[in-house]
Design a binder for this molecule. Structure first.
Ligand code: NAD
Ligand code: ZN
Length: 372
């Protein structure tokens, strides 16, 4: 650990813990040893030796993303580190820096740990702003330990600076859910007044997608299920809510929600279930775009060649965002145009959160207080 300058940024602390920059006591982690769990809460020594470019972050709040659940269950065709401390929506303060890290952040800075923990910043992807596609990228809570711990070692070059006006609990879900949907909406290349359908609209990503879309002047058709999620989506500015479990024809209902009946210009699929992809290419209008965001395991997007050509539709994948996208998504949240709808629980409740997430019971996001 190199001695480091303290933050020169002035900010009114939102949480008294933001002022406690000493590294005291044990590290508290939520960890699993094998795919499928169980997840257990343990006290372990704090890792105080930092390598060049590393930063020690005192995490105060962390969001729980469905990706954390996919990783724990082993849903994807990629291997994660084991044992693994998950989490990639971490919000806290920098408490120590490795050599050279102070060119990016200072001790005391309010920072966010996002999914892309680091990237080389020197390959053709990084140089053109496609940092998530860097072949050397590391992912928080997947290839390196993430934010489900009190003291997380991360990489200074990819930490986000959390604006002073944004409380850390509000900020946490922006670090994955927020930046991901903000970037996905950019990929849709809509103009104000156009329609976007959002399957998964009542979830962590989806409820933020509604708000970034409304802020950009797009008109939102929300697709999810249940009274809680309907109420949430409508309160956030969705003009229409379609329940995918009770709709007799999703395609007809979604098309009917646009004035000319041809359907929305885009679908940003933010659902965790495979079914959400099945009809998206049928309900977007000709020349429309399907933006794939949700990551159900072992799922194909089936596109009929004739109709892809005849209807001239596009399919694009969108993978989180780069450092600038994250900073912009945070700034918009700090302005009050986007607000995370969340319930706060303790780190010790993570196993219950996973159960509720799997059964689709969570409207918006769960944010964990690391000390509870
Ligand atoms: P979440 O559990 O909070 O929300 C998912 C929502 O999808 C729930 O409200 C659920 O009811 C809804 N849903 C399920 N099946 C549906 C269907 N057939 N039609 C419409 N809605 C449906 O999950 P989350 O944290 O918002 O994550 C969503 C997905 O996005 C996950 O698969 C996650 O791994 C993925 N993700 C992708 C990226 C990326 O970079 N592309 C980043 C973060 C998360
Ligand atoms: Zn995520």
């Amino acid at each position: 650990m190199a001695p480091a300058a303290t933050s020169s940024r002035s900010h009114a602390a939102q949480d008294p813990r933001e002022q406690q920059l000493d590294v005291s006591g044990q590290n508290r982690v939520a960890i699993f040893d094998k795919q499928g769990g169980p997840v257990s809460i343990k006290d372990v020594p704090v890792q105080k030796q930092l390598k060049r470019g590393e930063a020690l972050v005192r995490v105060i709040y962390t969001g729980v993303c469905h990706t954390d659940l996919h990783a724990m269950l082993g849903d994807w065709p990629l291997d994660n580190k084991l044992p693994l401390v998950g989490g990639h929506e971490g919000a806290g303060v920098v408490v120590a820096l490795g050599e050279g890290a102070d060119q990016f952040v200072k001790v005391g800075d309010r920072v966010g740990i996002k999914w892309i923990a680091t990237s080389c910043l020197n390959c053709s992807f990084c140089r053109t702003g496609a940092e998530p596609n860097c072949p050397h990228a590391q992912c928080s809570g997947f290839s390196v330990d993430g934010s489900f711990q009190k003291y997380a070692v991360s990489y200074a070059n990819h930490l986000s600076i959390i604006p002073d006006a944004l409380p850390l609990d509000q900020a946490a879900p922006i670090l994955c859910a927020g930046v991901t949907v903000y970037k996905a909406l950019k990929e849709a290349q809509l103009i104000p007044g156009q329609y976007v359908a959002i399957p998964g609209a009542g979830g962590g990503l989806g409820h933020l997608a509604i708000q970034y879309a409304v802020a950009a002047g797009y008109r939102v058709i929300a697709i999810d299920t249940g009274a809680d999620k309907k109420q949430l989506c409508e309160s956030l500015g969705a003009e229409k809510f379609i329940d995918f479990k009770t709709s007799k024809s999703l395609v007809d209902d979604i098309k009917a929600a646009t004035p000319d009946g041809f359907g929305p210009q885009a679908a940003v699929v933010a659902a965790s279930g495979a079914a959400a992809y099945e009809q998206a290419l049928d309900y977007i209008r000709p020349r429309g775009v399907l933006v794939a965001v949700g990551l159900p395991g072992n799922t194909d997007i089936r596109a009929n060649v004739f109709f892809t050509v005849f209807r001239s539709v596009r399919v694009v994948g969108s993978y989180v965002g780069n450092r600038q996208d994250a900073q912009e998504a945070l700034e918009i949240a700090a302005s009050g145009k986007v607000r995370t709808h969340f319930k706060t629980l303790g780190l010790s409740q993570l196993p219950q959160v996973y159960d509720d997430m799997q059964s689709g019971k969570i409207a918006g996001r769960i944010v964990l207080d690391i000390d509870q």
